[in-house]
Ligand binder design. Structure first.
Ligand SMILES: [Zn+2]
Length: 452
């Protein structure tokens, strides 16, 4: 290397350290992932004025449905959305490590996928490669938190379960390794985790919203399902607080958060919402007490959405996206934990809003499909101004942008950052019994068959 190039490198380092990193022009992007949002639930709630934050967002943008793929396992779909490629390319095939054909590897002690298993860069890696900063809270398969330059990562929902922390948030203070990137971020997250403890203040918030299921006497509703729903509320509510706190400190170029509540509510409570769809009698007292739980979950999500939108303001590109819809399922078996499901891949919900998004409002039901989950990553990259790399399977949803936005934001192709990306490695767990407790939780919600 000659003197000149050394000099140039030195100058660049000096310039960067003096002037700070180059500021990206253009509005920030907020992506709110909401698992299992379903139009047949949302439509009447919107008409009744029960979802004011959704309604206001839709009014300044466009809302419709999004096509998804099978299998509709959360880790697979949310990784597809974060990478722009399908499972054969991103390498996440199930909840647990599985073969290309979906066979779980080592079924006696299956290991949940962790972020190191992913074969291609996710949006937060791509943002970093393009010199942008990012914030990601609770995205699926994001544990352990990756070392992302200029990134803030609070690792995933599944990581809580792996560490048995969805149930016992207090244990978290003893340390789930690599929960956050950078490691110092954990100090800002811990107070929220403390508040999320099972016996903490969120307990009251839950009781107020959903009521208390009576004890076993005369009440056949399995308490375990109520408990699991309660835990997912605590998890989501905690992630909402973490996300809002982080946004209030600094809005990144790319900001993304995941909530699972609508999906869990749909799985457990559909039979009480729509008892006539089932081929067995659903006890009327259960319908009275639990029939509105899905709707209440949506109202709570609406409140969180409103809080996040307050934080970012209107000069922000916003995408609300669900990985699939939901409907009545397992119509014959009153004992099946899930009475709502989505194995047949019903369309999810997609809402786009912000500077440059066409103000079309809610699309008519017969012509509602706006794109597929493969368009999620390309659209986000298009909004960020870097453009999707050619290997991604979908195209940016420019159809929903105004002509003047398209004129001033010409379509570009991003660079292929797969080369040089770290190699995928087998799943890791944070502790000895971690995969066993995760497996138990999957049995409880009916994703994995129990032995009995
Ligand atoms: Zn689901």
């Amino acid at each position: 290397m000659g003197r000149n190039s050394l000099g140039l490198a030195g100058f660049l380092i000096l310039a960067a350290s003096c002037g700070g990193p180059p500021e990206r022009e253009g509005p920030p992007v907020l992506v709110v992932g909401m698992d299992g949002l379903e139009w047949s639930v949302m439509d009447p709630l919107l008409r009744q004025g029960r979802l004011p934050a959704f309604a206001a967002l839709i009014e300044r943008g466009v809302a419709g449905s999004i096509r998804t793929t099978q299998p509709t396992f959360s880790p697979v779909l949310w990784t597809t959305m974060a990478t722009g490629v399908g499972p054969l390319d991103h390498g996440i095939h199930n909840f647990f490590e599985a073969s290309l054909k979906g066979q779980i590897v080592n079924p006696r002690n299956p290991l949940p996928y962790s972020s190191n298993c992913r074969k291609v860069p996710a949006l937060w890696n791509l943002a970093a490669e393009e010199g942008m900063d990012s914030l990601s809270v609770a995205w699926w398969v994001s544990w352990p938190a990756e070392e992302v330059p200029r990134g803030r990562i609070v690792a995933s929902y599944a990581a809580q379960a792996q560490g048995n922390l969805l149930w016992k948030a207090g244990v978290w203070t003893e340390g789930l390794p690599r929960l956050t990137w950078p490691p110092e971020l954990e100090a800002e997250v811990l107070p929220h985790l403390k508040r999320g403890e099972p016996a903490g203040p969120l307990r009251e918030e839950y009781n107020e919203a959903f009521g208390i299921v009576p004890g076993k006497e005369g009440w056949e509703f399995p308490a375990g399902r109520d408990a699991f729903f309660r835990f997912s509320f605590h998890g989501d509510r905690t992630h909402y607080a973490v996300m809002r706190d982080q946004l209030s400190r600094e809005i990144a170029d790319l900001n993304m958060v995941y909530f699972g509540l609508a999906d869990v509510a749909g799985h457990f409570f559909w039979r009480y919402r729509q008892p006539e769809a089932y081929q067995y009698p659903v006890p009327p007292e259960h319908v009275d007490r639990l029939g509105d739980r899905i709707e209440k979950a949506y109202e709570i999500l609406d409140g969180w959405l409103g809080g996040l939108l307050d934080e970012v303001g209107e000069d922000c590109m916003v995408m609300v996206v669900s990985d699939h819809g939901m409907h009545a399922a397992n119509l014959k078996s009153p004992r099946h934990p899930q009475s709502g499901a989505h194995e047949d891949a019903p369309d999810g919900v997609l809402i786009l809003a912000g500077p440059g998004v066409r103000k079309l409002g809610i699309l008519a039901p017969r012509d509602r499909r706006m794109g597929s989950i493969f368009a999620v990553a390309p659209t986000i990259l298009d909004w960020l101004g870097s453009g999707p790399p050619g290997y991604m399977e979908g195209e940016p949803l420019r159809r929903w942008m105004t002509d003047s936005w398209k004129d001033s934001n010409p379509e570009t192709r991003g660079r292929d950052h797969r080369r040089g990306f770290r190699k995928a490695t087998p799943p890791i767990t944070p502790g000895e019994d971690a995969s066993a407790s995760f497996l138990d939780s999957m049995r409880e919600i009916g994703y994995v068959d129990s032995e009995d």
